[in-house]
Design a protein around this ligand. Structure first.
Ligand SMILES: [Zn+2]
Length: 261
């Protein structure tokens, strides 16, 4: 079963990563201390919730999977194309760097990102023992962030793309994700004929399939082992935060990854 209960905490994990003993937890919104509209395991510090509650939620989540909160490496996610390969945790109180893809080959580091509709992409190279997290909204998707991230880890760690396993986590489904003309035009110019399968027009609205777009990007880089959770954040508001599904008044759920020690 992909869902795990630890006390009041409930998280989702991917079989292909679990089988390789890569710690991966996509935390549902259950089991934290934040009140509505962030109820309850809100990990997002910039959404109006009390920072002390957000920090307490993070500590609870990390403890539930046996990781020290001080082992965290996280960034300020800005819908850009920066990739960071880190050798050290982010020291407590040190400012966040801006990035939307983070990697490490150090087992003592816990990679951590926050989501509410954008696509979490988890990556693992079992040969080079490298893990990574990517945050791809529509901008990261049309700007092919995951492709750039894969090129970056080839250069940094010598990863061969054919070795890499990928997982696409809970995020917004195409039915819930209508987009404007600007996004449609970008998808057409960046994805060529694949845009026909990625954009669906219904009742005068365009719907963008972020899951399939990122799956295609991974596949085009030579990745064969791709697991898609097919879980929509907006369809399942009891489990996940959804920026679209809750009209912006919501929190962020956390995703963490760590290499086996
Ligand atoms: Zn949905």
């Amino acid at each position: 079963m992909p869902f795990h209960d630890v006390g009041s905490i409930c998280y989702y994990s991917f079989d292909n990563l679990d089988e390789n003993k890569v710690l991966n937890a996509t935390f549902t919104r259950r089991g934290g201390i934040s009140p509505p509209p962030w109820a309850s395991l809100n990990m997002g510090g910039l959404r109006g919730d009390d920072p002390e509650r957000v920090y307490a939620n993070r500590v609870t989540a990390f403890n539930s999977v046996g990781r020290q909160p001080e082992s965290v490496f996280d960034v300020w996610q800005v819908h850009g194309n920066s990739v960071i390969c880190t050798k050290a945790p982010r020291a407590y109180g040190k400012p966040h760097q801006k990035a939307d893809a983070i990697f490490t080959d150090h087992p003592e580091i816990t990679l951590f990102m926050r989501f509410a509709d954008c696509v979490p992409i988890l990556l693992f190279d079992p040969r080079k023992k490298v893990i990574g997290l990517v945050h791809a909204g529509w901008q990261g998707t049309v700007n092919k962030l995951v492709s750039e991230a894969l090129d970056a880890i080839s250069a940094q760690y010598g990863c061969a793309h054919g070795d890499i396993m990928a997982a696409i986590g809970p995020s917004i489904c195409p039915d819930h994700y209508s987009v404007g003309e600007e996004v449609v035009n970008k998808v057409k110019s960046e994805f060529g004929k694949d845009a026909e399968t990625l954009i669906n027009e219904r009742e005068g609205r365009y719907h963008f399939n972020l899951w399939e777009a990122n799956r295609l990007l991974l596949e085009s880089k030579g990745i064969k082992d791709i697991f898609v959770s097919n879980i929509c954040t907006a369809c399942n508001l009891n489990d996940w935060y959804s920026h679209r599904g809750e009209a912006g008044h919501t929190g962020r759920f956390g995703v963490i990854m760590a290499l086996p020690g």
